[in-house]
Design a protein around this ligand. Sequence first.
Ligand SMILES: NC(=O)c1ccc[n+]([C@@H]2O[C@H](COP(=O)([O-])OP(=O)(O)OC[C@H]3O[C@@H](n4cnc5c(N)ncnc54)[C@H](OP(=O)(O)O)[C@@H]3O)[C@@H](O)[C@H]2O)c1
Length: 273
Amino acid sequence: MAVYVITGVSRGIGFEFLHQLSKDPNNTIVGIVRDKSTTLSKVSEDAELKGRSNIHILEADLTSYDALKNAAAETAKITGGAIDYLIGNAGYISHFDAYDPISVLGEKPKELESELTKLINIHVVANIHLYNLFMPLILAGKTKKVIVISSGFADLDLTNKFDLDLSALYAISKSAMNMVTAKFSAEYKKQGVLFLSICPGMVDVGHYKNSTPEQLQSLGGGLVKFADYAPNFKGPDTPEASTQAVKSVWEKASVDNGDGGAFLSHFGNKQWL
Ligand SMILES: NC(=O)c1ccc[n+]([C@@H]2O[C@H](COP(=O)([O-])OP(=O)(O)OC[C@H]3O[C@@H](n4cnc5c(N)ncnc54)[C@H](OP(=O)(O)O)[C@@H]3O)[C@@H](O)[C@H]2O)c1
């Protein structure tokens, strides 16, 4: 039995976390979304989720400090002032930087600035506020785990070894987010709080279904590099397989095992695919 707060449950990996974690009726899941009524409709139309009274949906855009503060106060009312897990899953996958290296992105300086600012605001600034605002609830809980969903693109060694030049702005923001998580770990480890960044692998949630043939060709170049990196890689995971793997990593990880502030894959190591 555990109490989870998870951001970005409206779709994708977050919606699958909602499925997996609410299966146990003894768990309580508080999902934070930008559009509460749309998510409530989606939950009420889902054959498995519609009867689950352990799901609570709250509304907050992560980039609004006040909205997050309200969400923390609402969560405290639902859970009695304590939570076990805070899962920072919400993220922004930029299409601006997905198909071209950083020099090409630089040819559109205004768009580059606006996309990088958006990515930093969501992945870095918003998660700092999220962690701070929910910390009293985590400290009052039993399990004391704060997990952020990161990306292998943020790994320096992988980038350098395979010259991964796509998704530069996304990677920059996720690697800064990993450092945020490590800094919180440095502060809160002594109080028994585990902070951990976990990459979910490559997961098919339909991000590139509207890509043009040229864009897909560019992505294909990246996939060739992935094949070099992980010859057994057969393509993206389902959200179900990925969330189960990520959950198993956060369940095994602990401050006592030396995992505080670490950045791990869904395999629990540095193998990203
Ligand atoms: N899919 C992959 O292969 C993959 C690989 C590595 C890492 N990840 C990471 O996994 C996490 C989930 O990604 P996904 O693939 O499931 O992406 P997704 O389908 O695009 O879902 C993103 C989620 O984040 C929410 N979100 C975005 N901006 C927000 C904001 N300002 N405030 C509140 N919520 C916001 C979205 O809500 P709305 O519905 O309101 O937009 C949505 O629920 C992300 O952190 C992503 O970077 C994914």
